[in-house]
Design a protein around this ligand. Structure first.
Ligand code: XMP
Length: 478
């Protein structure tokens, strides 16, 4: 037993001579996987009180990414992925359509359930007949036919599917329309461009996007029987990254699944695997084909793994050891869990993580699932560990059967707790504060980017007294 395990509060980073004049000079760009670049090193956790579509959209717009959790049906998870993919898009390739014989009531229901403001009206050969927006059906009787209320094709501005961004902007300016259907040479519907999507694209220049300009999104899978079919459905829905998300990632099951995914999808698929807390874990997962490895056994704010199982590695040491192995193997490492502040974020990145996964800090935002509750006059939201009793009961909507399989994914004893966290406003607010702290950390170390932070950071160990001195002290706080 010769290694001392340290965590964030055990250390500080030495300040170094710096030529950075302004915090705005530094870059926070990083890689999630070897291929996926991000403007900020933040990933939202694959937990049912943290990441569904709204969180993933907000994270991608900020320049990070969200991992849609897997504690739902495949259809639900795929629905979230699709919602992110449709959130901003130069062209929506398969816009929602309706036939001219459908009723106004049917159209209204479709707009409601799909959460869109308009439908394209097409015949059986997908030839564009018109467009139906909420304005077209205002005051219309529920049984009137769509074909009678729509704005017909001859009054629409349309464009060929090959139209570029700048040309599209010109059309929107010239005709002052909100939607431009794309039609091919035979008049068939080939897509839709909306002015809102173009505005959003210019509003979020740092957003994490796929090759087609859509927001990027990751999605979690487990290792049980359904994992492969879930993976297939998520790939089909064009999730950018799959995350094999299990408590003990250094396992034969994960290695087998990784190999199977690689053999079916080749190098095209981005797969993150975890969680591990040792260099051997990183090596084995990287050798089996992981595009990045997630590190953290027990550091999370709602985790009780270490207390229940007596297993884990304090997170700073885990990240340092694993990042070294990641570098050797050429895979980025994601530090998962235990981040309570921007200081922890800086330390995790200085220790070698390429990005950081965050649960609790994002659980109290507007974009996390669940509503705000008021407790003792304070606004709160619920946050729970995915191996907490409540979450385990909810998993697959059942509790009691399949215990053995559950035990393989998350150790069967409850290894998480459920908690209230303070309401924190929007994801944008939380992320801005974290990134401001990160920029500050970089400038104290004299680093212009995250790889310079890793190179230049020298940790110093601190005592309890040092920790006390680090916080506001010897005052009566106002
Ligand atoms: P933070 O500290 O950001 O951590 O809230 C989020 C991470 O915690 C992990 N997680 C769990 N770990 N039991 C555990 O041991 C659990 O019930 C549990 N639920 C989530 C997960 O890695 C997440 O990203």
């Amino acid at each position: 037993m010769d290694t001392v395990g340290l965590t964030f509060d055990d250390v500080l980073i030495l300040p170094r001579r710096s030529s950075v004049v302004s915090r705005s000079e530094v870059s926070t760009h990083t890689h999630l996987t070897r291929r996926i670049r991000m403007a900020i090193p933040l990933v939202s956790a694959a937990m049912d009180t943290v990441t569904e579509a709204d969180m993933a959209i907000a994270m991608a717009r900020c320049g990070g990414i969200g991992v849609i959790h897997r504690f739902n049906t495949v259809e639900e998870q795929v629905g979230h992925v699709r919602k992110v993919k449709r959130a901003e898009n130069i062209a929506i390739e398969e816009p929602y359509t309706i036939g001219p014989e459908a009723t106004v009531a049917e159209a209204e229901e479709m707009m409601e359930t799909r959460d869109v403001s308009g439908l394209l009206v097409v015949d059986e050969d997908r030839r564009l007949l018109g467009i139906l927006t909420r304005r077209d059906i205002l005051f219309r009787a529920p049984l009137e036919r769509v074909g009678k209320c729509m704005t017909p094709r001859e009054r629409l501005v349309t464009a060929p599917p090959t139209i570029g961004l700048e040309e599209a902007k010109k059309l929107f300016m010239e005709y002052k329309v909100e939607k431009i259907p794309l039609v091919d040479g035979e008049g068939r519907l080939a897509g839709l461009i909306t002015s809102l999507d173009l505005v959003k694209k210019t509003m979020y220049p740092e957003a994490t996007r796929d090759g087609r300009g859509r927001l990027a999104v990751a999605a979690a899978i487990g290792v049980r029987d359904e994992a492969f079919s879930r993976a297939e459905a998520l790939v089909e829905a064009q999730a950018d990254v799959l995350v094999i998300d299990v408590a003990h990632g250094h396992s034969e099951q994960v290695i087998r699944l990784l190999r199977r995914l690689r053999s079916v999808y080749g190098d095209d698929l981005e797969v993150v695997a975890g969680n591990v807390a040792t260099p051997e874990g990183v090596e084995d997962l990287a050798s089996a084909g992981a595009s990045a490895v997630k590190v953290g056994v027990g550091p999370g704010s709602v985790c009780t793994t270490r207390i229940v199982a007596g297993v884990g590695v304090p997170q700073l040491t885990a990240v340092m050891m694993c990042a070294e192995a990641g570098e050797r193997m050429g895979v980025p490492v994601i530090a998962d869990g235990g981040i309570r502040s921007s200081a922890d974020l800086v330390k995790a990145l200085a220790a070698g993580a390429s990005s950081v996964m965050v649960g609790r800090l994002l659980a109290g935002t507007d974009e996390s699932p669940g509503s705000v509750v008021v407790r003792d006059g304070r606004k709160m939201k619920i946050y729970r560990g995915m191996a907490s009793l409540f979450a385990m009961m909810k998993k697959d909507g059942r509790y009691g059967d399949d215990k053995l399989q559950d035990a393989l994914e998350y150790s069967y004893m409850a290894e998480g707790v459920e908690a209230y966290v303070p309401y924190r406003g929007s994801v944008q607010d939380v992320v801005s504060q974290l990134v401001a702290g990160l920029r500050s950390g970089l400038s104290y170390v004299g680093a212009r980017n995250l790889s310079e932070l890793r190179e230049r950071a020298v940790f110093i160990r601190m005592t309890e007294a040092g920790m006390r001195e680090s916080k506001p002290h010897s005052i009566e706080q106002a």
